[in-house]
Design a protein around this ligand. Structure first.
Ligand code: HEM
Length: 349
């Protein structure tokens, strides 16, 4: 019972919706081409490998939930800092970092030292959705890039594919994101793929029962069993919905039909608190689009309030001697972090 309030305090310190400095058209004077440069690179990425734009869109979630939208997840490990790329939810899973590198290179050529990597993630996520048939919207910009990253925070915060709706509702609430935001944002799984690794438990041992998740529709289960037999290479991937390169409301139709890929997806239909939104979005795509945009904007407002910079290379901080990284202030140390209920947030198989 003690864990949640402490966890709440911890989160309120590390990422709150402070959008005061963020505004549309932030680079209008300093880099007027910024948004079209990002979109052009994303278009090329989509043609080269359709899944890559989904992979980049996912960055916004994994960046903004861990100490705010500050591109901390793009930092490579250094001898003194364990980055977020190898965190539990990211290792062997987050991909297409090279698309962001390509965007950054193009932006550095056009306007050196101006556009932050944190803003690139926000623009690229929007473009991924718009380019795959989803809504287009104006993003707020003006974020700074972090001076450090924190693998442990990512481990503690990012939800496992086993999570149920009630856990996810609480998690999102910590970021001022409502149950509706949670369901709408989960609609991002309208594009992209997941690994067998993420669904083995629900195919063969849901909640330790030795049986599959009863919520999976039988024909779909047969398909998943074939894709992911017990001895499969768990990096084999399957589509998150029936139209994985199209951003649409098929994801919600699939959930209603018991054809959700991840447990965390299907649970949104199983749980009474979230079910209504799933049904609504399955019938009304424009409402889904509207609520999705609202959720992305709210998530994009999350900031830690810590000092930052505009990185020249999204993978490394600007010419900072490594000993200074060790000295950067950390408010994540101590009992608060240790009190988090890890059972629900960590992948154990
Ligand atoms: C609600 C809680 C969420 C959970 C538990 C979750 C979990 C996951 C998992 C387990 C995967 C597959 C990873 C793998 O098997 O390697 C995945 C993929 C993905 N997630 Fe989420 N996710 C959530 C919310 C979100 C949000 C809010 C977004 C973006 C706004 C997002 C965007 C994506 C995308 C686009 C993919 C496919 C990536 C690709 O194809 O490379 N997810 N998610």
């Amino acid at each position: 019972m003690m864990t949640m309030p402490l966890f709440l305090i911890f989160l309120l310190h590390v990422a709150t919706p402070i959008s005061a400095d963020l505004r549309p058209g932030f680079y209008q004077k300093t880099c007027p081409e910024a948004e079209s440069i990002v979109r052009d690179v994303m278009k090329k990425a989509l043609i080269r490998e359709p899944r890559s734009v989904a992979s980049v869109m996912r960055f916004q979630f994994h960046d903004c939930f861990v100490n705010g939208c500050d591109a901390s997840m793009l930092l490579d490990d250094t001898p003194t800092m364990l980055g977020e790329k190898l965190a539990l939810s990211n290792i062997n899973s987050l991909r297409s970092y090279e698309v962001i590198d390509e965007v950054k290179e193009a932006l550095e050529e056009a306007c050196p030292g101006v556009v932050s990597c944190a803003d690139i993630i926000i623009m690229a996520a929007r473009d991924a959705v718009a380019l795959t048939g989803g809504p287009d919207w104006e993003v707020k910009l003006g974020r700074l890039d972090s001076l450090t990253a924190n693998q442990e925070d990512s481990n503690n915060i990012m939800p496992s594919p086993r999570s149920n709706a009630s856990y996810l509702i609480d998690l999102f609430q910590n970021y001022s994101l409502t149950t509706k935001d949670l369901v709408a944002l989960s609609g991002s799984h309208s594009i992209g793929q997941g690994r067998c690794f993420s669904i083995m438990f629900r195919l063969y041992n849901q909640s330790g029962s030795g049986k599959p998740d009863p919520a999976i529709e039988p024909i779909y289960r047969e398909k998943l069993d074939k894709l992911c037999p017990l001895d499969v290479d768990q990096n084999v991937t399957g589509d998150l919905d029936a139209t994985p390169v199209l951003f649409d409301n098929q994801y919600f139709k699939d959930l209603v039909a018991g054809r959700g890929f991840l447990n965390s997806d299907q649970t949104l239909y199983t749980f009474p608190q979230t079910r209504g939104f799933v049904v609504l979005y399955s019938k009304n795509q424009s409402l889904f689009f509207k609520d999705f945009v609202r959720g992305m904007l709210k998530m994009g407002d999350l900031q830690s309030g810590r000092p930052g910079e505009v990185r020249k290379n999204c993978r490394v901080v600007n010419g900072r001697p490594s000993h200074l990284l060790l000295e950067s202030p950390s408010i994540m140390e101590g009992d608060v972090r240790g009190s988090y209920n890890k059972d629900d947030g960590v992948i154990v198989d």
